[in-house]
Design a protein around this ligand. Structure first.
Ligand SMILES: [Zn+2]
Length: 250
């Protein structure tokens, strides 16, 4: 192999660096034992490149998020060199997704999707409610920065959802919970409709995610238009605190 073609191959391999941290062996179909040092280094360092991000469809980005969650659930997370990721991303970022999650300490999106520095924009607010600032952040992520997926991520046993069901009144929290409340009448549920009934709380949380997707499309013509063109996909999911599983709702 000539020096030029070797360099070209290395550059291709680096360009194919594990999106969202996927094991390179899985990514390019090469058994781990046969990976070169260059490939191994690429699998643990660097950040998502513009070329790699732009080469993926929204559906492929969602698929990579699902694979990352599977690695998390099965204890096979990508070994990471955060300092290398920091160095690789300092001059520019090309995240593939923007995720709106809850502030709940048990739902760190970067960890449950096994993403690295530079892979995804993350916005967090109690109850993962859609508001103007989050919409602006999503518009920046997709229309300016080129992210392919908008993901609203709810979760089981959400305290904000319980607060909305219980009609909690507390300072600025009252206004936040008001954004969740439309999900209560929108939830179809047979059984005790109480914050003490976990399946009901989770059903309301799921309804809130679905309503949130509608809010995004209704209140952001920019994002709705990008989705109609197929440039982005707006989707939602529920994270199960017990199993670690992310279930997409649409
Ligand atoms: Zn929550």
């Amino acid at each position: 192999m000539s020096t030029t073609s070797k360099r070209s191959l290395d550059s291709q391999l680096l360009g194919r660096r594990t999106f969202l941290g996927a094991a390179l062996g899985t990514c390019v179909g090469t058994p781990l034992a046969r990976l070169s040092l260059v490939q191994l280094a690429a699998s643990r360092s660097g950040s998502l490149t513009k070329e790699r991000r732009d080469s993926m469809s929204p559906a492929q980005v969602i698929e990579e998020l699902k694979k990352g969650n599977e690695r998390f659930r099965t204890g096979k997370m990508t070994p990471r060199d955060y300092l290398a990721e920091k160095r690789a991303s300092a001059a520019g970022q090309y995240p593939a997704a923007v995720i709106l999650g809850c502030v709940d300490s048990r739902v760190p999106a970067e960890i449950i999707f096994d993403t690295g520095i530079g892979d995804a924009f993350i916005g967090r607010v109690a109850g993962n409610v859609v508001n103007d600032d989050m919409l602006g952040s999503m518009e920046f992520a997709c229309a300016v920065s080129g992210a392919k997926v908008v993901l609203v991520l709810g979760h089981t046993a959400c305290g904000a959802v319980k607060g909305a069901i219980d009609d909690v009144v507390l300072g600025n929290l009252t206004g936040l919970l008001a954004r969740i409340k439309p999900a209560i009448p929108a939830t179809e549920f047979d059984g005790e409709k109480s914050s003490k009934n976990a399946p009901y709380v989770d059903a309301v949380a799921r309804a809130s995610v679905v309503l949130g997707l509608g809010e995004i499309r209704r209140r952001s013509p920019i994002l709705e238009d990008l989705e109609k063109k197929g440039t982005i996909k707006i989707t939602g999911a529920m994270y199960d605190l017990s199993s670690g599983m992310v279930n997409f709702v649409v």
